[in-house]
Design a protein around this ligand. Structure first.
Ligand code: EPU
Length: 302
C-alpha cells in the first residue's frame, strides 16, 4: 500500500483524477488485472513532473499505462501509482515533421499524417497504442520500426526534469528504446515525407485490411504477446505447436493469430499467464526456441 501522506498529496494535486484501490482491468486493453494502490490521470507536463517527484520522494513504484496496450497486470494488482496521460494529445506539423504528444493514439496520429500529406507512418497503423507506447517500446512490424521514422523524442525523468534528444543520440533495441530508468515519454517528432493524401490513405487502408484479416482487432488483447525470435515468428511457432484456439478460463490463444491472447468478461490474469506458459513450454519442447514476452507483465499474483 502507498503511504497515507502520498495518498493525501496526490488527492490535493489531482482531486478527482486520483483514484485509490482502482481495478486496472478497465485501464488495460486485455481487460484483466487487480487494483492499483492509486490510478491517476495527469493532464500536462507540470502535473506529470509533480507526480513523478512525489513518487520518487516516497520511493513508490510508478506504472505508466498509456492506452493500456502491451501490458498484463497480475490479479493481485499493482503496489504503487499507475499513471495515465490525459491531454498530451496535441499534434502539429512543421514541414515534413509531425510532432505528437505521447497521449495521442495510433488512430489520431496516422489520420493526422494522412491529412497533412505526410507519408512514412503507414506501417504503424497495425500497432495499437499511443505515441508514448510506440516510442518507449520502439514498436514495429517486419518492415519498419519507430527508429526509422523518429526525429526526436521528449521525456520527463523520474525526478521530473523535461529532456529531449534527437534520434541519433538515442539507442534503439528490438521493441525497446533506452531512456534513463523511470523516464516517461511525453512527445515525439516524426520525420516523414510529402506524398498525396489519397495515396497515403490507400496504403493505410490496405494495411488496416491486412491487419483485420490476420489479427483479432475487435477482441480485448494486449497486442503481440511474444517478441519474434530471430528469423522466425512467434505466431507461426505457436500455431505449429497446435495451440491455436487453446483456452484457459475465459482467455484463449486467438484462432486468428496465435501470438494474440484474447479475453472474455470474467477472464483473470492467471488464465492469460497459464496460456503464456503453455505456449512457451510447447514451443521450447518442439523447437528449443525460448520465446520472450513482448507484453510487459507487472503487479502481484492474487
Ligand atoms: N503466422 C502463422 N500463424 C499465426 C500467425 C502468424 O503461421 O497464427 C505466420 C504468418 O503467416 C506470417 C508470419 O507468421 O508468415 C508473420 O505474421 P504477421 O505478418 O502477422 O506478423 P507478426 O510478426 O506476427 C508483427 C508485429 C505486429 C504487427 C504485425 C504487422 C511483432 C512481435 N509483431 O507481427 O505488432 O501488427 O507484424 O505486420 O513484431 C504488436 O507489436 O503488438 C503488434 C500487433
Amino acid at each position: 500500500m502507498i503511504d497515507a501522506d502520498l495518498r493525501d498529496e496526490l488527492g490535493a494535486l489531482l482531486d478527482r483524477r486520483a483514484a485509490f484501490d482502482e481495478p486496472l482491468a478497465r485501464a488495460t486493453s486485455l481487460r484483466v488485472g487487480g487494483p492499483a494502490d492509486a490510478l491517476v490521470r495527469v493532464d500536462d507536463g507540470a502535473e506529470l513532473a509533480a507526480v513523478l517527484r512525489l513518487c520518487s520522494a516516497h520511493s513508490t513504484p510508478v506504472l505508466v499505462l498509456g492506452a493500456g496496450f502491451n501490458t498484463l497486470v497480475r490479479d493481485g494488482g499493482f503496489r504503487g501509482v499507475a499513471v495515465r496521460l490525459g491531454g498530451f494529445r496535441e499534434i502539429s506539423q512543421d514541414g515534413p515533421v509531425l510532432r505528437a504528444g505521447a497521449g495521442a493514439t495510433h488512430t489520431q496520429v496516422t489520420r493526422a499524417a494522412a491529412e497533412a500529406g505526410l507519408a512514412g507512418l503507414e506501417f504503424a497503423i497495425g500497432i495499437p497504442g499511443t505515441v508514448g507506447g510506440w516510442v518507449a517500446m520502439n514498436a514495429g512490424t517486419r518492415e519498419r520500426e519507430m527508429r526509422d521514422v523518429l526525429a526526436r523524442v521528449e521525456w520527463v525523468t523520474r525526478e521530473g526534469e523535461p529532456q529531449a534528444a534527437d534520434r541519433d543520440a538515442l539507442v534503439f533495441e528490438y521493441r525497446h528504446t533506452r531512456l534513463p530508468e523511470g523516464s516517461v515519454v511525453t512527445g515525439a517528432r516524426f520525420a516523414l515525407r510529402p506524398d498525396d493524401p489519397e495515396r497515403i490513405r490507400g496504403r493505410m487502408r490496405e494495411q488496416m485490411e491486412a491487419r483485420r484479416a490476420s489479427q483479432p482487432v475487435d477482441q480485448p488483447s494486449c497486442g503481440s504477446v511474444f517478441k519474434n525470435p530471430p528469423g522466425d515468428h512467434a505466431g507461426r511457432l505457436i500455431e505449429a505447436s497446435g495451440l491455436k484456439g487453446q483456452r484457459a478460463g475465459e482467455a484463449a490463444i486467438s484462432d486468428l493469430h496465435a501470438n494474440f491472447i484474447v479475453t472474455r468478461p470474467g477472464a483473470r490474469a492467471a488464465d492469460v499467464l497459464e496460456l503464456i506458459e503453455l505456449a512457451r513450454e510447447r514451443v521450447r519442447e518442439r523447437t528449443g526456441i525460448e520465446l520472450e514476452t513482448e507484453a510487459r507483465i507487472v503487479g502481484e499474483p492474487a
